[in-house]
Design a protein around this ligand. Structure first.
Ligand code: ADP
Ligand code: MG
Length: 220
């Protein structure tokens, strides 16, 4: 699913990621862990093609990302990856149904079919009864499940989550993790950044970062 070789990322003079070699097979479920500032988000953003590396190569779903132009890369990203972030990133004041359905806007799918897909995804995350609610009418855990519904709408083979339980209490966090596990069981490759040691330890593989370097878990 993902193959990185010698990937580094500098922000000006700050080295955020150094010489990362990493292979993630299709169907894996893994955690990325490490102290704050160790490069976890940088690694995820590069893996997710949201950011380009300063050096090294990245293959995503068999494509050499460095050889793709911005349009080809956006298309590859849209069909390959769903993203979930700590801060949910839902549009305020917009009903849950539209928040999810809009996840397919850039895939040229007509509105009716977007809404059908959104309804299916919301039922999948257990929120079929909340489709006309606005985000502020939902709990944090529910908002994160809406964000997950939006991320998995187009059935991407890869789901990436950056601290998805970081803003949730432990019960809501456990519900979100159960959801990620069931998506993994259904075949999705799932990569989760987490600060939570128990969550990380409960996953089949842990990639550990320190000072921008992968210190363990680069290979299975
Ligand atoms: P983590 O997610 O593990 O907390 P990050 O990947 O966000 O760490 O950051 C790694 C390092 O890179 C940190 O020192 C951070 O300050 C720096 N960094 C991250 N993003 C930027 C940016 N856009 N500009 C400058 N420095 C950045
Ligand atoms: Mg981070």
């Amino acid at each position: 699913m993902v193959r990185m070789a010698g990937v580094s990322k500098r922000y000006g003079t700050v080295p955020a990621l150094l010489d990362a070699d990493l292979v993630i097979e299709r169907g894996e479920l893994l955690a990325i862990v490490g102290p704050s500032g160790s490069g976890k988000s940088t690694l995820l953003n590069i893996m997710g093609t949201l950011d380009r590396p300063t050096a090294g190569s990245l293959h995503l779903d068999g494509y050499d990302v460095g050889s793709l132009g911005d349009r080809e890369l956006s298309a590859l990203r849209a069909r390959t990856i769903g993203f979930v972030f700590q801060q949910f990133h839902l549009a305020p004041g917009v009903p849950v149904m539209e928040n999810v359905a809009d996840g397919l806007l850039y895939r040229g799918i007509p509105r009716g079919r977007r809404r059908e897909a959104a309804s299916r995804a919301l039922h999948l995350v257990g929120l079929g009864h909340r489709m006309t609610h606005r985000p502020h009418q939902l709990s944090g855990g529910e908002q994160q499940r809406v964000a997950i519904a939006r991320a998995v709408l187009g059935d991407p083979p890869l789901l990436m989550a950056d601290e998805p339980t970081g803003n949730l209490d432990s019960h809501a966090g456990a519900v979100v993790m159960d959801l990620l596990r069931s998506l993994h069981e259904a075949g999705t490759t799932v990569v989760v950044i987490t600060h939570d040691r128990d969550i990380a330890a409960s996953l089949p593989r842990e990639i550990r970062l320190k000072d921008g370097r992968i210190v363990s878990g680069a290979r299975r």
